[in-house]
Design a protein around this ligand. Structure first.
Ligand SMILES: [Zn+2]
Ligand SMILES: [Zn+2]
Length: 355
């Protein structure tokens, strides 16, 4: 065994979540040994994909295969639920959350129940799909930075609408790209979830931010962003108003975070210029990941402050891009501690030149 094969593991504390991860250095088997460029993957960048698929509900001309649209960008005109759209938002056909206007909810006598240890309440919320483009074959990266910005502006528009509603408390936007990352349809799309409860992980991060605020301490992510710029060992790059970097204690290999350099708690407050710049930062990050890892499946998660009486000025929104290179195995399930076998500094050194 050479010195390079020696496993050196360390715990790192994530300051944003107060969770520890294990960074395991020197494991000889790298996560993308199985996912290298050129190998077949289920991601959208598969060159054999055609730009139109007859039975795909997200393809142009198949608008009647989805529930009626919520909104759409229509640069070429055309009425709702007809071709002419560039980005289209529709309710999820099989929603994970019950719309508050649902008759089944209104008729339900069992709004909330608690029978000893067995408490239930209706999972109320909104579950929408954002179809990124009429073209079936194009991945988010292949759509270009201007299109990524437009998709992000749709997130902003919809989150703004959800935030006006008293029955909703939180929203998250996600991309599941590739079957291994949870995509059930290969046509590039995002999902928007807005919930009537603030999820546990979000509440924990918000509580940390609020405690800092109450104690007069500066936002942790603002501090981290300053420190990362000084150290410069985990940064992919900067655009005018955003930073792309790998978090010191990131849970999975090559996980890239994109955040505004100046403090901002609510994604709905991002300006048009900032959206344009964010699209560039996200697109460059996706490009860097594709150059280094090849066409791997990935998730994107936009994390922003809840609203109403759960709002947190101290929260700093961010967007995480998580390549699907490892699975949650027994140790992670049993302990909640993730093992990341690519030190963030090494991942940043590979991705930085490609940003
Ligand atoms: Zn399609
Ligand atoms: Zn901040």
């Amino acid at each position: 065994m050479s010195a390079d094969d020696t496993v050196r593991s360390e715990y790192r504390l994530d300051p944003l979540t107060n969770r520890r991860v294990i960074i395991a250095r020197g494991r000889s088997r790298r996560p993308h040994d199985n996912h290298g460029a050129g190998e077949k993957s289920s991601s959208h960048s598969d060159p054999s994909l055609k730009s139109h698929k007859d039975n795909c509900p997200f393809c142009l001309g198949n608008e009647d295969m989805t529930p009626p649209e919520v909104t759409a960008h229509r640069p070429e005109g055309g009425g709702p639920n007809n071709p002419g759209w560039d980005i289209r938002v529709v309710p999820n056909k099989f929603p994970a959350l019950i719309p508050s206007e649902s008759p089944s909810l209104k008729s339900s006598e069992r709004a909330s129940e608690s029978m000893g240890w067995f408490a239930t309440s209706p999972a109320v919320g909104v579950h929408e799909v954002v179809i990124h483009d009429p073209d079936h074959s194009k991945s988010l990266f292949e759509l270009g930075s201007k299109k990524v910005s437009r998709v992000l502006s749709i997130y902003r528009e919809r989150l703004g609408v959800f935030a006006e509603r008293d029955d909703l408390k939180y929203a998250v936007a996600v991309v599941n790209h590739g079957a291994e990352a949870g995509a059930s349809l290969e046509h590039s799309h995002s999902q928007l979830f807005s919930t009537s409860r603030v999820p546990f992980d979000v509440a924990t991060e918000v509580e940390i931010a609020e405690n800092d605020c109450a104690a007069g301490r500066e936002c942790r992510l603002c501090n981290i962003i300053k420190e990362e710029q000084i150290r410069s060992e985990r940064i992919l790059g900067l655009t005018e108003s955003h930073i792309a970097f790998i978090q010191f204690a990131s849970r999975s290999p090559y996980q890239v975070s994109v955040a505004p350099i100046s403090h901002q708690s609510r994604f709905e407050d991002v300006s048009d210029d900032e959206i344009e710049d964010l699209g560039l930062a996200v697109w460059r990050s996706l490009g860097a990941l594709q150059s280094v890892l090849g066409p791997v499946p990935f998730n994107v998660v936009l994390r922003t402050s809840p609203w109403g009486n759960h709002a947190s000025e101290g929260y700093h929104w961010r967007l995480d891009i998580v390549p699907k290179l490892s699975i949650m195995a027994g140790f992670e399930l049993g302990t909640g501690v993730f093992i990341n076998i690519v030190p963030p500094e090494e991942a940043a050194a590979e991705l930085g030149p490609e940003f």
